[in-house]
Write a protein that binds this ligand. Structure first.
Ligand code: SF4
Length: 370
């Protein structure tokens, strides 16, 4: 399990190693055919900042060779904002006295139909807060069953589950799972996640192993930028990604680096700010480190930045996302998890990507192939 692996890696020493990287370490990393985590540290370090143009070109070249001109399009759908956890940076936390919505079967179908009117989305990501009492495995199974007539690629972003539960959901059409570790800093993890199942670091960090054991086709990972020193966090993610790719080599992986936005609880201010330039550097570094991983950008990022990064390393994007349950069919009373930055319609996003010479792809999976 990855918790045993990461136990041997010191957070502080890793931070020190990243910040001690020099220009010659960066140049050596850029010359290599196959980069290891030490090279990745050099590429995300401040020493690599002057090399960003070169990294962008290399990232663009690798991405086009591996993925062609395609951008895989997906849409998120929040099934509920009910949550038993108390993440200090999220408006859905259990102590927030807000109205909770759990979509009924009819409401879920209305959402599916409303999404199909936006664009020919086939790749849907169903999200919940983490409350197994109201949105546990039976609810998720039903949501997947209801989605099948409308979408060919079904993914979930829900509470970490047991391996047998992932396997059960796979029987209901589940293709992949996205989960964010949020931060790999074990010493501080509980400060941000004080209560509920999410406060259990090992349970979360080992959920990726359980997904692999269940034979899921696709596993998405990420850290939340804004909690801890981001360079150290993404290095831990790089270790994790390499470990998973070696252990579960049949599975495809994706990464995402969401930058924290203000939540509706009005409270938490990010501890760390990452600039656009730093996110670009990280994206290029990840592509150079891992030629095959999907790099996903959500509508948290601004339109012009997303459009540019789509030509330089990003391979998966959402569009016209609503982050409140019922938001597509329009149940406007529900609280959104965070406010999106790219508010364009899906059609506008598609047109912008095409204008950049890219081909937005809506269907890249067929269940008959399973
Ligand atoms: S981040 Fe997720 S688990 Fe944490 S409070 Fe928000 S919805 Fe719940």
């Amino acid at each position: 399990m990855f918790s045993d692996y990461i136990e041997k890696i010191s957070w502080d020493e890793t931070t020190e190693r990243i910040y001690s990287k020099t220009a010659s370490d960066v140049e050596a990393a850029l010359r290599k055919q196959h980069q290891d985590v030490d090279d990745f540290m050099a590429l995300i370090s401040p020493a690599a900042a002057p090399y960003i143009e070169h990294m962008a070109e290399l990232s663009r070249k690798i991405t086009r060779e591996r993925f062609g001109n395609t951008i895989s399009m997906f849409i998120p759908l929040y099934l509920t904002n009910s949550c038993a956890n108390s993440c200090v940076y999220c408006g859905f936390h259990v102590s927030n006295p807000m109205k909770r919505t759990v979509l009924t079967e009819d409401e879920i179908i209305n959402e599916y139909k409303a999404i199909k009117k936006l664009a020919p989305f086939e790749n849907i990501l169903l999200l919940t807060g983490e409350n197994p009492v109201v949105a546990g495995v039976p609810y998720l199974k039903r949501a997947l069953d209801l989605a099948k007539p409308y979408f060919s690629n079904l993914k979930l972003e829900v509470m970490p589950l047991k391996a047998e539960e992932y396997a059960e959901l796979k029987e209901h059409g589940l293709y992949g799972v996205i989960c964010f570790q949020e931060t790999y800093n074990k010493a501080n993890y509980k400060i941000y996640h004080p209560r509920g199942m999410k406060s259990k670091y090992e349970w979360r960090v080992n959920s990726f192993d359980r997904m692999g054991q269940a034979g899921l086709h696709y596993i998405g990972m990420g850290v939340l930028i804004g909690l801890e020193e981001w360079r150290t966090d993404v290095t831990m993610l790089a270790y994790h990604l390499r470990y998973l790719e070696k252990t579960y080599w049949k599975t495809k992986f994706s990464v995402n680096f969401p930058r924290m936005r203000a939540a509706e609880n009005g409270g938490f201010q990010p501890n760390v700010i990452m600039s656009d330039r730093e996110l670009a550097q990280l994206t290029f570094a990840m592509r150079i480190f891992d030629h095959d991983v999907d790099i996903s950008y959500s509508t948290r990022e601004a339109p012009a930045f997303r459009d540019n990064m789509a030509t330089l390393g990003v391979t998966t994007m959402s569009a016209e996302s609503k982050t409140e349950p019922g938001g597509y069919y329009s149940y406007p009373q529900a609280l959104e998890q965070f406010h999106v930055s790219d508010e364009r319609t899906a059609k506008e996003v598609i047109a912008a990507l095409k204008a950049k010479g890219l081909e937005p792809v809506f269907k890249d999976w067929e269940h008959v192939l399973d």
